[in-house]
Design a protein. Structure first.
Length: 307
């Protein structure tokens, strides 16, 4: 097998490509940013240009991390994501295989972030792993016996849409009480602004809220504590159902460090059913923004790094 693969990560504000070796090292990376995400036809042309710009004549294949619901067998996007419109029904696999004469594989971006962490990140040597990505929303991926679990309709691991609080805040999907509506960066900022209304706060990020909590802001501490509590409820429920060896937390929110992970682990401990031999780890992700790219490349190589 050729020693390099190209990983592609398609997002709502950028498109990244990377040349990756079989050890999970990125040798070359290119990113194109845009204010308006391309539709499927425009996107395929952009992907072709990026692959060509990597300028590697001999690769094992191309892997793509794509938002939304993806038929991984046929290489077709089954449903648009909120940040990427105009891709439904688009076959990405065929035109790229025709253009580059190599195998093309693809999957949902959150699934591949989980796969990247399992193969080359925090989950190396782990057979069963769950990964949550906390950013504007909440994504998730589930690895069972060294395989991505996709469900019956390629729609598994919508962890952000677990119900954790009946009659809770409205989620991006329009339903109430979902995990995403309580623990995402969007939710943290919303709750902080709501409680700090007398200060007329406009431009603030979740990172700012965590920093304020570290400095002793009681409202920020309350918001972070509530987010950690609900995240802990969700993680504990996942552990009770799937019994993984590890739960990995990635995305921008996970960069908060101990101020999030300390109360999170306590909430998980309180919510998990006791078992003499079960001691699942809850750890921050290691691959950062490259998780999807590396997961896509690992899919090309068939990497597992199982124990």
């Amino acid at each position: 097998m050729n020693s390099f693969a190209i990983g592609i990560d398609l997002g709502g504000t950028h498109l990244s490509s990377a040349l990756v070796n079989q050890s999970g090292q990125i040798k070359r990376k290119k990113t194109v940013s845009f204010t308006k995400a391309p539709d499927g036809k425009q996107g395929i042309l952009l992907i072709k240009r990026l692959v060509k710009s990597i300028n590697c004549k001999s690769i094992a294949g191309i892997g793509l991390a794509v938002p939304g619901c993806v038929d991984t067998d046929k290489g077709i996007v089954l449903a648009d994501s909120p940040n990427l419109i105009g891709w439904r029904g688009i076959n990405i696999k065929k035109p790229l295989e025709k253009e580059f004469k190599v195998s093309v594989v693809m999957d949902n971006d959150a699934n591949l972030a989980a796969w990247g962490e399992k193969c080359w990140g925090a989950g190396k040597k782990v057979r069963n792993l769950i990964c949550l990505t906390l950013g504007t929303g909440v994504g998730g991926g589930i690895i069972i016996d060294n395989k991505i679990y996709r469900g019956s309709h390629f729609y598994a691991a919508e962890i952000g849409h677990m119900m954790v609080k009946a009659e809770g805040p409205v989620c991006s999907c329009t339903r109430r009480g979902h995990l995403e509506a309580l623990v995402s960066a969007t939710a943290i900022v919303r709750d902080y602004k709501k409680l700090k209304i007398q200060f007329n706060i406009k431009n603030i990020s979740a990172k700012d809220v965590f920093n304020a909590a570290r400095k002793g802001d009681n409202i920020a501490r309350h918001v972070v504590s509530e987010a950690a509590r609900y995240l802990g409820l969700g993680v504990a429920s996942l552990i009770n159902v799937f019994d993984p060896e590890m739960v990995v937390i990635g995305g921008g929110v996970a960069n908060a460090g101990d101020i999030l992970f300390r109360p999170l682990r306590k909430a998980v401990q309180d919510g998990v059913m006791r078992h003499a031999f079960r001691k699942p780890k809850v750890l921050p992700a290691k691959l950062g923004e490259n998780a999807g790219l590396l997961g896509a490349a690992a899919l090309v190589f068939g990497v597992k790094n199982a124990s």
